[in-house]
Design a protein around this ligand. Structure first.
Ligand code: ARG
Length: 455
């Protein structure tokens, strides 16, 4: 391409080292779409003839078809996807092909391609996120009255409904959707026409090509237009958060599937056995999602480190953005895709959850509240309940089975309504505060999430 300036060809290893077609060939559709919009703008502005434009667009459409069908293999000796498409076009249509790169640089070209690629991929990821939230919400609906211990410090804390616990994840993933949509909004402006860095002397119409590519507007500074990869970093940050949420969920799934908990059983199709221990049923999918979270964090760190200290405008360092970006996209998609059916098909062992809820004094707060409602200051009630719990541990019983005489030794405030007031069912049913664990609160959360998903 630049033979005019150089006396000899690039060293073979240097050529290999410099080349990105191996991975940026993923963006061929976006590259061709950008080129078609550019050619049409050039013709509309009288910069190239309509005839040349038609030949270029026809040629690009044929290349696209041939790449889609697999008839045209990528030429790995080309430096990148942009060079490949242009060279193939010129090979097919001759001189008209050589006019396509007028008023354009690979610097604005690649900035457009990555934005278009990310826009397509995030649309898919948004759909996958919605599917996962739907699976979680459906499970929550089916388990909205199932009582399970809620934990803090991984110690049994207060009774909650399993539906309530699941809906916490729905809320996190809903925020992930918002974060992605927000990042896409900021990303969806066209840098095309920034050219190498300074803009161009040709009478281009940047807004026309931006509209043709369904951008919401154009970047306002051509140097920023070609130097900016903030949008990659924003979206990869959103990916990192998605993975963090999936990883926390995975950790719980792994715990709940253990023989110690036995709260859930994953479907056979999402678990594996051991090569030596015949009894094993391992939550490999959840473990892998937890593990792959590290990759996506690493990809984000790659981009942050890559961009740190780069002078304006384009630097070849920026070619290194793609592998990390593509890796995190693929990883997030795979994880979301496996997670939704894994959640949908998991069996909930309600009896085990209930048994665990009966064993951990998780109605102790409600016992203290009982005394407080009868007039005792909360701190005094808290102290008495602590003593009662210690007594139960010694007598190997629970609050629900400690006899009334034992209670009354502490205070006369205990009456016949005590046992029904501290039953697990009452503890849950009375937590009607918005966002709380009662069935009606969980139903409201489910309705909210479903409405948000429709919107
Ligand atoms: N393959 C390059 C990249 O991915 C395209 C832009 C190259 N521009 C340049 N002036 N060398 O960043």
């Amino acid at each position: 391409m630049w033979a005019g300036r150089f006396a000899k060809a690039l060293d073979t290893k240097a050529d290999d080292f410099n080349s990105s077609i191996r991975f940026d060939c993923k963006m061929y559709k976006q590259d061709i779409a950008g080129s078609i919009a550019h050619a049409q703008m050039l013709a509309a502005q009288g910069i190239i003839t309509q005839e040349d434009c038609d030949t270029i667009v026809g040629g690009l459409c044929n290349i696209l078809d041939d790449l889609n069908s697999g008839d045209l293999p990528f030429d790995m000796s080309c430096e990148d996807i942009h060079m490949f498409v242009e060279a193939e076009l010129t090979r097919r249509i001759g001189d008209a092909g050589k006019r396509l790169h007028t008023a354009r640089s690979r610097n604005d070209q690649v900035a457009v391609d990555v934005r278009l690629y990310l826009r397509d991929e995030t649309a898919e990821i948004l759909t996958l996120l919605k599917q996962l939230i739907e699976a979680i919400t459906d499970q929550a609906e089916g388990n909205k009255a199932v009582i399970v211990p809620g934990y803090t410090h991984l110690q049994r804390a207060q009774p909650i409904t399993f539906g309530h616990h699941l809906m916490a994840y729905a809320m996190m993933l809903l925020r992930d959707i918002g974060r992605l949509q927000d990042a896409v909004k900021r990303m969806n402006v066209s840098p095309l026409g920034s050219c190498a860095l300074a803009g161009t002397t040709y009478p281009t119409d940047r807004r026309m090509e931006a509209a043709a590519l369904h951008f919401d507007g154009i970047t306002r500074n051509s140097i920023d237009g070609v130097s900016d990869r903030d949008f990659c970093i924003e979206i990869m940050s959103a990916f990192a958060l998605i993975m963090m949420h999936l990883s926390r969920f995975s950790e719980e799934i792994i715990l709940w599937s253990s023989w110690e908990f036995r709260y859930i059983e994953l479907d056979d199709s999402y678990t594996t056995g051991s090569s030596i221990m015949p009894q094993k049923k391992n939550s490999d999918m959840a473990e892998l999602v937890r593990g792959k979270t590290g990759r996506v964090y690493g990809d984000l760190m790659t981009l942050l480190t890559l961009m740190k200290g780069l002078p304006l405008a384009y630097n070849k360092d920026m070619q290194e953005d793609k592998e990390a970006l593509f890796d995190s996209i693929e990883t997030v998609k795979m994880c979301l895709d496996i997670f939704a059916p894994m959640i949908r098909t998991m069996k909930v062992k309600t009896e085990n959850m209930y048994r665990a809820a009966q064993e951990g004094f998780i109605n102790a707060t409600d016992l203290a509240d009982y005394l407080t409602k009868k007039g005792m200051p909360f701190r005094s009630a808290y102290k008495i309940v602590g003593q009662i719990v210690a007594e139960c541990i010694e007598k190997q019983c629970v609050l629900d089975t400690l006899p009334m005489e034992a209670y009354r030794k502490h205070t006369e405030l205990f009456g016949d309504d005590l046992y029904s007031e501290i039953s697990l069912e009452t503890c849950v049913a009375k937590r009607i505060s918005e966002g709380g664990t009662s069935v009606s609160s969980v139903e409201a959360q489910i309705a909210y999430v479903r409405k948000e998903l429709e919107a």
